[in-house]
Design a protein around this ligand. Structure first.
Ligand code: SF4
Ligand code: MG
Length: 336
């Protein structure tokens, strides 16, 4: 999240956010598309480049900060949210972004991620999900599907995977979105909404790793398959999808289901409400890990006081009270 600072002299073009570093991802990696989208939307935010920080952990996507001409930190495995929390609390003038992957954020960094989200620290988290460990050459990750055959699971993984969107909702994150690397328009829209959100924003980005997990999202990319699977949602709009909106999302029991729009009464088509946490959970469940359906867009967005604002207010209040009396502090506490 960020506070919009009028900055007439802020850089206006993607090239102004492009560093002199050579980009070293594999040819065809989905990370290129995300980098291009981020370079293009940053100038539209009216923030100063020098007030922008990208903190990453460890992994392929965590090379991101090198390629942006902003401040950045390639930090430690899984701990980017903790470092970003320190920055966000101590420097309210900064716009803080975290770049992480499915291994970095959900395995070793699982704790850091959920606590940053529940505390609602003012930061925008880009979670690149390629459902594999790419940097270490192809081990199964916390989002790999059951039965995944990799170098570390030669006869197939028996682990049940995380759904990052469902996990973030479980942590009561105030902004949860999903995007696809190859969908430049949708990706840019979700990233920009996340960046403008005040509080912790998590965007899961489905990202292709053609080297170690080739084609993992093909079912959502091939037009014929995507037709009945890719569900874009927009706040306030009925959820229909496919050619001419031929499919609709409807309520079924406590959850959601998909039906041909022609067979559904218009009033039974679910209207997306990003403030409705029950609907957000149901949309996450509709997505599922098997990619039978995949919901894209801003799935949840609500306002809640941020951790950084609340903790800064406490510090200011304490400072306004004058110097502390150490003796009173010690003797005033009976248990000591
Ligand atoms: Fe991208 Fe996969 Fe190569 Fe990593 S290993 S740079 S995720 S293609
Ligand atoms: Mg990964």
């Amino acid at each position: 999240g960020l506070d919009l600072v009028p900055a007439a002299d802020s850089p206006q073009k993607a090239k102004d956010y492009t560093s002199d570093q050579e980009v070293r991802w594999c040819p065809g990696c989905g990370d290129y598309a995300v980098l291009a989208a981020v370079r293009a939307f940053l100038p539209t935010l009216s923030i100063r480049r020098e007030n922008t920080v990208f903190v990453s952990g460890i992994g392929c996507s965590s090379r991101f900060p090198y390629y942006l001409d902003t401040y950045g930190m390639h930090s430690i495995h899984g701990r980017a949210p903790a470092i970003a929390t320190g920055l966000a609390v101590s420097r309210p003038d900064l716009s803080v972004f975290v770049v992480t992957g499915d291994g970095d954020a959900l395995s070793i960094g699982g704790n850091h991620l959920i606590h940053a989200l529940r505390r609602n620290v003012n930061m925008t988290i880009l979670l690149f999900n390629n459902r594999i460990y790419g940097l270490t050459k192809g081990q199964y990750s916390p989002t790999s599907e059951v039965g995944k055959v990799t170098k570390s699971t030669p006869v197939g993984s028996v682990d049940h995977p995380f759904d990052p969107v469902a996990l973030a909702l479980g942590a009561d994150a105030t902004f949860v979105g999903r995007a696809m690397d190859s969908d430049r328009k949708g990706l840019s829209a979700v990233l920009e909404a996340a960046a403008r959100h005040r509080g912790a924003a998590l965007v899961e980005i489905y990202q292709d790793c053609p080297i170690f997990n080739d084609g993992s999202f093909d079912v959502l990319r091939r037009p014929d398959d995507a037709e009945a699977r890719v569900i874009p949602v927009r706040h306030g709009e009925p959820i229909t999808f496919g050619t001419d909106g031929r499919w609709a999302v409807v309520r079924r029991g406590f959850g959601l289901d998909v039906a041909p729009t022609a067979e559904v009464a218009p009033e039974d088509v679910v209207v997306h409400d990003a403030t409705d946490v029950g609907l957000a959970h149901a949309l996450a469940r509709l997505s599922g890990q098997d990619l039978g359906h995949a919901v894209f867009g801003v799935i949840r967005q609500v306002q809640r006081p941020t951790y950084d604002d609340l903790s800064r207010a406490q510090v200011q209040q304490a400072a306004a009270g004058g110097p502390a009396d150490l003796r009173e502090l010690v003797h005033g506490a009976d248990t000591w």
